[in-house]
Design a protein around this ligand. Sequence first.
Ligand SMILES: CC(C)(COP(=O)(O)OP(=O)(O)OC[C@H]1O[C@@H](n2cnc3c(N)ncnc32)[C@H](O)[C@@H]1OP(=O)(O)O)[C@@H](O)C(=O)NCCC(=O)NCCS
Length: 169
Amino acid sequence: MMQSTIVYIRSVELSLSLVPVTPKGFYMEIRSATREDSESIAELHRAETGRQPYTTGIFGQVANFPSAVAFDGSKMIAFALSQQFAPDILEITDLLVSRSHRNTGVGTAILAHLEKQAYGQYASLILCNSILYEAPGKRLASGFYERNGYFPAHETGNTTVFVKSIEKD
Ligand SMILES: CC(C)(COP(=O)(O)OP(=O)(O)OC[C@H]1O[C@@H](n2cnc3c(N)ncnc32)[C@H](O)[C@@H]1OP(=O)(O)O)[C@@H](O)C(=O)NCCC(=O)NCCS
């Protein structure tokens, strides 16, 4: 009896700490990044892209601009970072979901979390999506951005610049 009570309390605590955020029923914790997340962000970046990130840049970005990180348990599975492009335009510099968790709504959820912080502070969001950053065989995320309200403002053949207007309060 005692044991089942303990199990019940644990399950209540667990359900309170996990927030259902994706339409596909995937549960995760999502929040803005802090400086303490910088090394985990850099590690996830290295693991997924094979490229060395600019860690000092990450440190400054999470301290000063909108961001989002997602966790499956204690494991970081996604991040989104931004920086100022112009006084009223925010640039989304990085958006990455671990391969193991793609296509479950995580990317859409962290993008929305970052965007929410930009409302009222910025008039537009801008980002570039370039094949020159991609490993061979990877598909560009253009379709993903279009379904999230971004429109292609400029294309070079290798790179597309996407823009989304957001309302000021
Ligand atoms: C692009 C990325 C962030 C999307 O995250 P995700 O968690 O897989 O996306 P979601 O699950 O929220 O959305 C999935 C939807 O977007 C579409 N989508 C996802 N990645 C896509 C891509 N590369 N191109 C086109 N559509 C894509 C899926 O088809 C899916 O549509 P559906 O619901 O109709 O099936 C993720 O694939 C990723 O990290 N890719 C590698 C890094 C990258 O390309 N980052 C962007 C650099 S600018």
